[in-house]
Design a protein around this ligand. Sequence first.
Ligand SMILES: Cc1cc2nc3c(=O)[nH]c(=O)nc-3n(C[C@H](O)[C@H](O)[C@H](O)COP(=O)(O)OP(=O)(O)OC[C@H]3O[C@@H](n4cnc5c(N)ncnc54)[C@H](O)[C@@H]3O)c2cc1C
Length: 396
Amino acid sequence: MKEMKYDVVVVGAGIAGPIVARNVAKSGYSVLLIDKKPAIGTPKQCAEGISIKVFEKYDIPYDRRFINREIYGAKLYSPSGYELELRYKEASGVILERKVFDKMLAYYAAKAGADVLARTEALDVIRKDGRIAGIKAKHEDETVEIHADVIVAADGVESTIARKAGINTYAPPHEFDSSYEYEMLIEGYDPDLIHLWFGNEVAPRGYVWVFPKDEDRANVGIGINSDNPQTAKYYLDKWLKENNIPAKKILEVNVGVVPVGGFVKELVKDNVLVVGDAARQVNPMHGGGMAEAMEAGTIASKWIVKTLEEENLALLRNYTTEWWETDGERLQKVLKVRKVTEKLSDEDLDLFIQILSGADAEKIAGGDYGEVIRALLKHPKVILSPRRIKLLRELL
Ligand SMILES: Cc1cc2nc3c(=O)[nH]c(=O)nc-3n(C[C@H](O)[C@H](O)[C@H](O)COP(=O)(O)OP(=O)(O)OC[C@H]3O[C@@H](n4cnc5c(N)ncnc54)[C@H](O)[C@@H]3O)c2cc1C
C-alpha cells in the first residue's frame, strides 16, 4: 500500500476545499487536495449564480474562462403573475461555468504549492493511538494512506469524512432542499437578469429559477423541501408545461440536495475540520452556498495556518468560534427569515410582490430588508391582517 505524508489533507475540490488548500499552501505548508471526480468540477450540481463581490473578497481572478455572463439583477414572479424587477446599473453577479471554475480553483491551489489528486476517493479516517492520523483513500485502483496533521472535510453535502471523524453533521430532512435542473435552450427571458418564480403550487418552500448562461440558454431549475411527497422533477416539469416552455433542447440534467439550515455546531474535532456544504454552511433562503463555502474556507485556513505555526492543536477550535460569531450569526438570522417565509400563502406572496413592485426598487435592490418590511407594514391590506403583521414583525 502506498503511503504519503502532508501537513494538511483536504478532501473535496469543490469550492471550500481549494480555497483552504490554496491559502494554507501559500503559507508554505505541505497540502494535498483530493477529489473523487476524475475531472474536477464535472459533473456540476449548481445553478452557477454568485455575487460579483467574491472575486475581490477571496482573491480569485476575474477570468472570462469561467464567467458565462454578467448579471444585473433579478426578476421575481408571484403565483398570480405579479412581477418585481430589481435592476442595478452595474453587474451585481455572474453565472459561472462551474466545470471550469472548480478546476481553476484547484489549479490556483496547485500553483500556490498544493499537490492535487483527482480520482481519489477518501474512504475512511486512519486512527492511531486514539487520534486521527490521516485518511485512507482509493486512487485509481490503488489504496493509499495519506497521513496528515490536519484533515479538512470539504466533501460536500454527503459529509462522509466529517461523520467518520465523529463530527455530528446530522440535520433533519426538512432542513434540506431537493433540487432538479436542466441546462437547456429557453427564450423570452431577459438574459441580463436572474428570474425567480414563487408559489406553494409552483415550488413548495422554494422557487423555480432561470439563470441565463446565454441569450437563449439557461440553467432552469427548482428547489423544494426534501420532505415533500412529490419530487422536484415533478414540479419543474409541471411548471415548464404550464408555461408552454418546450423542454426539447436539454443539454444537461442535474439533481442535487441543498442544506438549508442545520448548520454544524462543532466544526472541529481534534485535528479534523468541516467546511462548506459538509458543514451545512449555505444560505437557507436561496440555497446558494458558494460564497459561504469561500468564507468558511478562509476562516478555516487562517486557523489551520496559526495552528501549524504555533504547533498548538487547540487553536483549531477558533475556527468554530469565529465562524459562529460572523457568518454563522448572519446565516442564523437568514434561517429565521426562511422559517417565516415558509408560512406565506400564495395570497401573501401576491400581495407582497405587488406592493414592492410599487415601492422604491433602488432601496430594495440595495438589500435594505428593514426598509422592505417597513414598506410592507404600511400597506392597508397588511394593516388589516393581524396574521400578516405578526409574520412581518417576526422578520424585523
Ligand atoms: C441544483 C443546485 C443548484 C445550486 N445553485 C447554486 C447557485 O446558483 N449559487 C450558489 O452559490 N450555490 C448554489 N448551489 C450550492 C452550491 O453548489 C454549494 O453550496 C457549493 O458547491 C458548496 O461547495 P463545497 O466545496 O462545500 O462542496 P461541493 O462543491 O459539493 O464540493 C465537494 C467535493 O467533494 C468531493 N467529494 C465528496 N466526497 C468525497 C470523497 N469521499 N473523497 C474525495 N472527494 C469527495 C466531490 O466530488 C466534490 O467535488 C446549488 C446546489 C445545487 C444542488
